[in-house]
Design a protein around this ligand. Structure first.
Ligand SMILES: Nc1ncnc2c1ncn2[C@@H]1O[C@H](COP(=O)(O)OP(=O)(O)O)[C@@H](O)[C@H]1O
Ligand SMILES: [Mg+2]
Length: 284
């Protein structure tokens, strides 16, 4: 090594402020969300999603999972919802209060619950909707990339409304990819799908993370599937995080097993009603 060689490590940082290494890609800090000025749905919710990770957000129906995702993507405002306390940071920058399209441009894309594709357009037309204004050649390349992940969408040239539930979910994820996101917020991708399709969709989620480096915040009621792909998870109840830990810790947690991984049809009790909850929580 020559002493006169330029020292790359000593190069001055580029002008743009960069987040400290320890800062997660997404940080939700103690947020409160209110709908219609009165209904308090999130009550001091915090979570962090590190760059390159898959993080699961679990919880029963009505816990506030979708509200959390909409607070991040800015889509809350289309439902008269508002973040009234706390803040949300993406790559070190505050995004609460930003317009949904600005948030998409920063690299966050939400795949809505219930898929929300445009039924009277073809799959390719739906994919083009997800693309920004860029060259047609680039858009075509991205569409081909989506088809590599979802080959069967390529065969479907009819209207998207006639796709099966699984194919619609794939199209919704494909449309997110067209926006070249850094972070995808996924709301219940397994909902309404057969067990085989759930496996397929989760396999693709894992590939998007590993092959494209996309960070994913995954909302699921299917805790077993979610914890099988996620590295870390949060459990929320009534607008708050009640438990968090590595996927392994959560999968082995007695309460999670009982309430979220347990048998079907059994009535889910609340963590709140569980005397032992606080004691068990301490080890996490
Ligand atoms: N647009 C809205 N206006 C008023 N209340 C809402 C709205 N959306 C959701 N809620 C309420 O917020 C709570 C959490 O809902 P949601 O975030 O959809 O939960 P989850 O996705 O965990 O099932 C529920 O009690 C729900 O009724
Ligand atoms: Mg929901």
């Amino acid at each position: 090594m020559s002493a006169t060689a330029p020292d790359a490590a000593a190069a001055p940082p580029s002008g743009a402020p960069r987040p400290a290494a320890a800062e997660p890609l997404l940080a939700v800090n103690n947020i409160e969300v209110v709908y219609n000025d009165v209904i308090l749905v999130l009550r001091g919710l915090s979570l962090a999603v590190p760059q390159g990770e898959i993080v699961a957000l679990l919880g029963a129906n009505g816990a506030g999972k979708s509200t959390t995702l909409k607070a991040i993507s800015g889509l809350l405002r289309t439902e008269e919802g508002e973040v009234t306390r706390g803040d949300i940071r993406f790559a070190g920058e505050r995004i609460d209060g930003a317009e949904p399209h600005e948030i998409v441009r920063k690299g966050i894309f939400q795949v809505m619950e219930g898929r929300r594709i445009v039924a009277d357009m073809t799959p390719v037309e739906n994919l083009r909707l997800g693309a920004f204004t860029r060259s047609d050649a680039e858009v075509r390349r991205d569409i081909e990339m989506v088809f590599e992940y979802f080959p069967r969408l390529k065969e479907r040239t009819g209207l998207a409304g006639y796709l099966s539930g699984g194919e619609q979910q794939m199209l919704a994820i494909g449309r997110a990819l067209m926006a070249r996101p850094k972070l995808i917020l996924m709301d219940e991708p397994s909902m309404g799908l057969s067990p085989l399709l759930v496996k397929e969709v989760f396999g693709i989620i894992r590939r998007l993370n590993r092959e494209l480096g996309i960070t994913i915040l995954l909302v699921e009621q299917n805790a077993r599937m979610a914890l099988s792909v996620a590295g870390y998870g949060y459990v929320m109840e009534q607008g708050k995080v009640v438990l968090d830990g590595t996927a392994e810790q959560l999968a082995n947690n007695e309460d999670v097993k009982e309430f979220y991984l347990g048998g079907h049809g059994a009535e889910r009790k609340s963590f709140r009603n569980l005397k032992s909850y606080k004691r068990r929580k301490r080890w996490l």
